[in-house]
Design a protein around this ligand. Sequence first.
Ligand code: PLP
Length: 971
Amino acid sequence: MSLKPQPADVFEARHNAPSAADQAAMLRTIGVASVAQLIDETVPPAIRLPRALDLPAALSERAFLAKFKQIASQNQVFKSYIGLGYHDTTLPPVIQRNILENPGWYTAYTPYQAEIAQGRLEALINYQTMVIDLTGLEIANASLLDEGTAAAEAMHMLHSQTKKKGAYKYFVSEQVLPQTIDLLHTRATPVGIELVIGDHREADLGGPDFFGAMVQYPAADGEIFDYKDFIASAQKENVFVVMAADLLALTLLTSPGELGADVCVGNSQRFGIPMGYGGPHAGFFSCKDQFKRVIPGRLIGQSIDAAGNKAYRMALQTREQHIRREKATSNICTAQVLLSVLAGMYAVYHGPQRLQQFAINTHALAQTLATGLHGLGVEQTNEFYFDTLNLRLESAEMQQAVRQEAEARHLNFRYFGEVRVGISLNQNTELHDVADILDVFGKVLGKETDAPTALEEVELLAPAGLARTSDYLTHPVFHTHHAEHELLRYMKQLENKDLSLAHSMIALGSCTMKLNATAEMIPVTWAEIGGLHPFAPVEQAKGYQQIFSDLQTWLCEVTGFAAVSLQPNSGAQGEYAGLLAIRGYHEARGDHHRKVALIPSSAHGTNPASAVMAGMEVVVVKSSEDGNIDLDDLKAQATKHADRLAALMVTYPSTHGVYEETIIEICAMIHQYGGRVYMDGANMNAQVGLTSPAIIGADVCHLNLHKTFCIPHGGGGPGVGPIGVVADLAPYLPGHAVVPVEGRSSGAVSAAPWGSASILPISYAYISMMGGDGLQRATELAILNANYIKARLEAHYPVLYTGRHGRCAHEMILDCRHFKKAGIEVEDIAKRLMDYGFHAPTVSFPVAGTLMVEPTESESKAELDRFCDAMIAIRKEIAEVEAGRADAKDNVLKHAPHTAATVLVHDWTRPYSREQAVYPLESVRANKFWPSVSRIDSAYGDRNLICSCTPIEQYVDHEEELVQADKGSSY
Ligand SMILES: Cc1ncc(COP(=O)(O)O)c(C=O)c1O
C-alpha cells in the first residue's frame, strides 16, 4: 500500500465548512455539474479576475500563531504616561475570559431581534446608566466609535438643533485633545461649519454666528477648569456647550450635567479596555433629554413583552435602522457594542466605591509625583489637576534629555511645545512607578531623588466647588456583583439569554456572519497587541507597522487598488472617508462645484448619510423591475448633473444579491461625466478572488473587515472599514494630527491614526491562514451555499431577484409580502424562527416585507438544511393560516417567540399544542434555545422612553412584590 503524506490539518477546512460530499450533494440540488459551472453562470465573465490572487501561501493555525508571535514581539510595550485620552488600565481577568474571549458574546449580532438579545441589551443599559450617572446628564447612547467621532457627532447634532438660523461657528477650546480638533476640522469643513479655536476664558460667543462650543474636562494638558460661568454665558447667547470628560475623573469632580453642559462626550477606554494602539474603545455620548430623538447612534430602552414583563430593545429602532438617509446628521451604524459591554461590566464589577478609590489613588500618586518633582526643582504649571502634570522644563535640550532617559527605562511621557512634558498617571500606576519617574528627572538634573515610601492622604486639587457631591451608580446592579463568583454568574446569566454563532447560523444578508475562528482571535488579548499607547513613538510599534503594511499590501491585491487606509473604524466611516477622498480630488482640481452624489434607491441608509456628511447633495437613482440600477434613470441623472457630478455610490454585488451585468458600463458612464465611483464593499464576500472593485471600474471602496475578513460583530461592533483607492485618490486618504500617517498630518476620520489597530490581527490571521486559493474558494462556497438555500426554498418563498441564469450571488431576498393577505408579517416569521433556534435573516432591507438570507461559506450542509427545514416548516404554518385552519390572530406565528414561562402555564388555552410551540421540529429538542422574553412591544417602549436601569424606586417596589409573592406561595 502506498501512503501519500500531505498536510492533514489545513485551516481552510475549518473555515470553508462544506465538505466535498456536501458540495456534490448541493450541486445536484442546484442542478449544476460543478462549482466552476455555478460560478460561470453567476459572475459575469467581463468582470472575472484574469489571474489567481497573489498572496502568501496559507499557514496552519500553529504556524500562523508562531509567526505572529514573532511579529507582535517587535512591539515594545513601554509604560505610557502620555495621556491624551488613552490610559493604561486592567481588564479584570474574569471579564476578559468570559466576555472578550468568549464567542457567546463576541459572535452575537446587533440586537435587532431583541427577544434573543436580552443579555447584551441589559449590559448596554448598564453602560448607558453608568454614563448617565457619571456625566450627570439625562440620556446616553449605547456607544459611538471613539471620543473624536463622538465630539464630531455632537457638533453636527447641535448644528441641526440650533434655533439661531444661519449660525455656522463652533468654538473649540485649544485645550481639547488634538486628535479631536483634527477630526472636528475634517467634519466641519464639508458642511460649512467654521471652527474657532481659542482659550475659553477669552472667547466671545456673542452675536448670531455661534451655535455651539466645546471644552475638555480635565483639559488636554491636565488643568481642571471650572466651566460653570463659561457654560452659563454661552447658553445666554443660545450657544450649546459640549464637554468632553474623563469618566474616572468624574468620580471625584462635579459632573458636566451639574455644570450645565448640554452634551458630554468621551472615551470609556479607561474602564478596563486595553489601549490597543488606538482601539477599539467605546466612545460615549450623553445629553439633555431634549435631544433624545436626535441623539446619534443606538439607544437601548426598556419596554414590555407580550406577557407584560420588562424587556429591553433598541429604542426608536426604525429611525436607527434607516439612518434617515439623506436627512441624516449622523451615519453611525456599527458602533462599539462589545467594548461598551466590557466597560459597563467593569463598572458593575468594581462599583462606585472601587472606581472612586482608583481615582483617589491615581490623584494621590499624581500629587506625590508633583511634590517629588517640585523637590527636584521641576516646574509644574497646572494649578488644579486630576492625574496629569504639565511640566515646563528649562530648555529644549532638557526635554530631549528627559525623553532619552525615560525611553531608556521604557517609559513614555508626552513631549509638546519646545520645553513641555506631560505625565498622566493611571489606575495601574504604583508608588514604585512614581519613584522611577522621579529617577528620570533626578538623573537628568544630576540630583538625588527621595523615593516616596508611602501614599499620603491628600486634598482634592480642584477649583472650589468642583468636588463631586452627587451620587452615582446607585442602582443595585453596581453593588451586587463585586465578588468574582457573583460577576461570573451574572455574565453567564446574560450570555445565556443571547443567541450567537455559538448556537446556530445567523444568515444575515449584507452582514456576513461567517466564522470568527478562535486562532484568529487569540492575538487580540496579547500584551504586545493591547499594551501600546496610540501615540507611542512609532519605533516602538515595529510589529504593528509590519501588520499594517502586510495587510495594506494584501488588501490592495484583493481590491486591485493602489493604496489602503486602515483608519476608518466602521463601514460607514469608510464611506465617509472614501467620499472625502473624492471630494479632495475634485477640490484639488478646482472643481469645487462637483457636489452631486448619485445613489441607487436600494443603497444602505449609511450611503446617503455619509454623502451628506461629506458635503454632497444626494440624488437618488431608481431601481429597475429586476432589481438592477435603472440604467435609463442613471443616464438621465448623470447627464442632468454632468457638470456637478462628484460620485456614484454603488454596492456590488447589489444589495439585491445580484451581479449586475452592466456594472462596467455604469462606472464608465460616471467617469465620462467627470465623476468618481464609490463602491460599498459590504458584499465583498462575493468578490474576493473572483472579481475586484478595480476590475468593475470603481475608484474607491471600503471593506468591512467585520464582515468579509472575520472580525466578529461583537453584538453590534467593533468594526473596521478600511478604504482602498486608485492611485490619484491616494493623496486624499485620512491623516492624523498627532502621528502623521504616511506623511499625512490632517484629515483624521478616527481618533487614532490606524483606527481600531488591535483587532486588525484577526483579518491578518484570516488571510494568512486561508491564502489566495482558500479565499477564492470561500467566495465560491458562499455562492454555492446561497444557491443551495435558494434551490431548497424557492418553492416555498419566491426569490425576488436573480441573475441572467437564475442564480443569486452570495445572498438572496425571500419575498414574504404576499403573506400579508393572511395577516402574516415578515416580523412574525422572524420571531417564529427563534422558536426553531434561529436568528432571523435581515428583515426588510433593502425591500420592505422581505428577508435577505446570506449563509456564508462557513456553514455546513447540515446547518443549511436545519435552517431550510425551519423555513419550510414555518411556511406550512403560514399555509394553515392562509387556509383558515389556524386563526388569523391566535396562532403559533403571532404568539412567537414562546418562552418557557409561556408554555409552563397551568391552563394552556392556545389553539396549538405546547410541543408545537416550542419543539416544532423533532431536531429542535436536542438543542433548544429558549428566548427569555415574549414578543416585545416596541411602540410601548418608544412612548414611555426609559434608557437607563429601572429607577431604584421601581426596583424596590418590585422587590416588595416578590417578597409578597413568596409569602403567598406554599411549597
Ligand atoms: C450595504 C451596507 N453598506 C454599509 C453598511 C454600514 O456598515 P457599518 O455598519 O460597518 O457602518 C452596511 C451595514 O450593515 C451595509 O449592509
